[in-house]
Design a protein around this ligand. Structure first.
Ligand code: C2E
Ligand code: CA
Ligand code: CA
Length: 549
């Protein structure tokens, strides 16, 4: 910005100087003409008279003044011509600068600022002819990866290829612009009766952008997500079209990318809800509105609670408790996951300090957090501040988060393990379920995803998977917890298969810190001398495992 500003003021200084020179040249010319008129009127008749009558002398002083005046006139004429040439050069340069600022230098497409006026004119013209205008916002999927892996020169080549593909696919009258690093917009008029052609054009772009781009003999594969909007009763400006097409494009990304979808008003309410969650996170995390609930994990043989998993909940100020499926993805997307985690984690540790020292506290770490090289440092810092023994903490991570960045995950995990923290592989079976992952990191426990456990009784394949995972973990000497156990029959089957721990509604749903304290107290699992804070009779205790089995 500083560079642009200083370039701007240098240009202004240049223009001001040229204007000053113009005024000077005009002034000199005017004075020269006046002088010429004054002196000329005096000298020329005398000179003519002297020639005709050939007597008397010409006034030498006046003649010299006249000659000087002619020279001055010639000089100022020259200066005037220079000034005209200078001005036309300036106008040309200004025009060139305007073209440069309205065009993207890499692709030669229009830029965002320049589509507003032209686009709104297109909308007016289309309206006059009874047509509508469609806008496509084309965003490349995972373009950052292309830059990271192949370098920026290859990235630029891909962008040029994309721009060529778009131009050759859209109607000739379409306005095409590059509106972001890896984002393009296309605007064109269409007849209501030919609405499918808009979708066809978008589909065709998606198809074209799946084709690999060859750069220095390497085939770079990419894809794009497209949001489509169109003018209508409630949307009649480029800004409106752009906002809607953007919302649709983000929805296309969310549901798997590599596709084109039309804007729908329901998307707006989804976006509004998401924004509300985002501002809720920003406001509520410092206020302690995000709290841990606890769900017991039970030893299948003895029926004893051996640990509790902390699951985040949002105590919404308007009343009600919001589950993590709604706010964890937003926290991840907005980078607030770290702050939310730290707040919930600290509260969970403070609560777990009140429990029997035999109880393990499990906490979930999400994929975004495993990219933060400072994660282990942050976790260990809170452990120290709260004086919680690392051996009583188990970190649950999912396979998908490992896949995203195994090297960083490995460093984080190794540093935590060195301090004595335990490690569990969460949702096993839903990710890549690879033995390589199991070997790459020193897991203390595998948690079989509840989708298999819940289908064990009716689906032989799920049963086979649970048996195989249990057998495999036994051979690797890694114990297994089955998630989502909802009934005694499933528990019986798990015992047969050889699973050693279980978690699920059968043993108790996730409960607030206060409720958990009462449940643990009833089982003699609170630290000696800690009285439960409130009326026990109002709380439904978790089922007794022995009885349930
Ligand atoms: P998860 O780690 O797999 O947690 C288990 C989920 O299964 C919990 O959902 C729990 O309430 C639910 N569940 C437990 N037993 C049963 C059962 O018998 N039947 C059924 N149908 N469900 C059962 P919840 O609390 O809604 O959490 C959902 C997910 O959100 C968690 O899945 C975890 O991945 C994530 N999550 C929760 N808290 C946090 C957190 O503090 N940080 C992060 N990063 N993720 C969290
Ligand atoms: Ca978990
Ligand atoms: Ca899980």
């Amino acid at each position: 910005v500083g560079a642009v500003e200083s370039r701007g003021s240098a240009w202004e200084r240049l223009v001001a100087k040229a204007q000053r020179e113009d005024v000077l040249a005009a002034a000199i010319t005017a004075v020269a003409i006046l002088l010429f008129a004054g002196i000329g009127m005096k000298v020329v008749p005398r000179a003519v008279y002297a020639l005709m009558e050939s007597h008397g002398g010409v006034d030498r002083v006046a003649s010299t003044a006249l000659l000087l005046n002619v020279a001055l006139l010639l000089f100022s004429w020259r200066r005037y011509k220079d000034a005209i040439a200078e001005r036309s050069r300036r106008v040309e340069a200004e025009e060139r600068a305007e073209i440069l600022s309205s065009r993207d230098q890499l692709t030669n497409l229009l830029v965002l600022n320049s589509i507003s006026d032209t686009g709104n004119r297109t909308i007016e013209e289309a309206r006059a002819q009874g047509q509508q205008v469609a806008m496509l916002v084309v965003n490349l999927d995972r373009f950052k990866n292309i830059n990271d892996v192949y370098g920026h020169i290859a990235g630029d080549a891909v962008l040029r290829a994309v721009s060529d593909a778009i131009i050759s696919t859209v109607p000739p009258e379409a306005l095409c612009a590059r509106i972001g690093a890896d984002e393009f917009a296309v605007i064109f008029p269409f007849c209501e009766s030919a609405r499918e052609t808009v979708a066809d054009i978008a589909e065709h772009i998606v198809f074209r952008l799946r084709e690999p781009v060859e750069i220095n003999g390497v085939h770079v594969h990419g894809s794009a997500s497209i949001g489509i909007s169109r003018t209508g009763r409630d949307c009649g400006t480029i800004e409106g079209l752009l906002r809607r097409a953007n919302i649709a494009m983000h929805t296309a990304k969310e549901i798997g990318a590599d596709r084109a979808i039309w804007f729908d008003t329901s998307m707006e309410s989804v976006l509004r809800a998401r924004n509300e969650i985002e501002s809720g996170l920003r406001r509520g995390v410092p206020l302690g509105e995000f709290v841990p609930y606890f769900q017991p994990q039970v030893d299948i043989d003895t029926g004893d609670i051996c640990g509790l998993e902390a699951l985040a909940r949002w105590n919404h100020p308007a009343g009600g408790v919001v589950g993590p499926d709604l706010f964890i993805p937003v926290a991840e997307e907005t980078g607030m996951i770290g702050d939310m985690f730290e707040s919930v984690f600290r509260q969970a540790l403070l609560e777990a300090r009140l429990w029997d020292p035999s109880l393990i506290l499990s906490v979930n770490v999400s994929p975004g957090q495993l990219k933060d090289p400072w994660l282990s440092h942050r976790i260990l810092k809170v452990l120290t501040e709260v004086s919680f023994p690392p051996e009583r903490l188990e970190i649950e991570i999912t396979e998908s988060s490992l896949f995203e960045n195994l090297a960083v995950a490995q460093t984080i995990v190794t540093s935590l393990k060195n301090q004595g923290v335990r490690l569990a592989l969460d949702d096993f079976g839903t990710g890549y379920s690879s033995l390589a992952h199991l070997r790459a990191l020193p897991f203390d426990r595998i948690k079989i995803d509840r989708s298999f456990v819940q289908n064990m009784l009716k689906d032989p394949q799920s049963l086979a998977i649970v048996s195989a995972v249990t057998a495999m973990s036994r051979s690797l000497s890694v114990p297994v917890t089955a998630e989502g156990v909802e009934d005694g029959e499933t528990l019986r089957m798990l015992r047969e298969v050889g699973c050693d721990k279980a978690q699920g509604w059968h043993f108790g749903r996730p409960r607030s810190a206060e409720e958990t304290r009462l449940i643990l107290d009833a089982k003699g699992l609170l630290k000696q001398g800690l009285a439960p804070p409130s009326d026990e009779t109002t709380i439904t205790l978790g089922l007794d495992v022995g009885r349930a089995a």
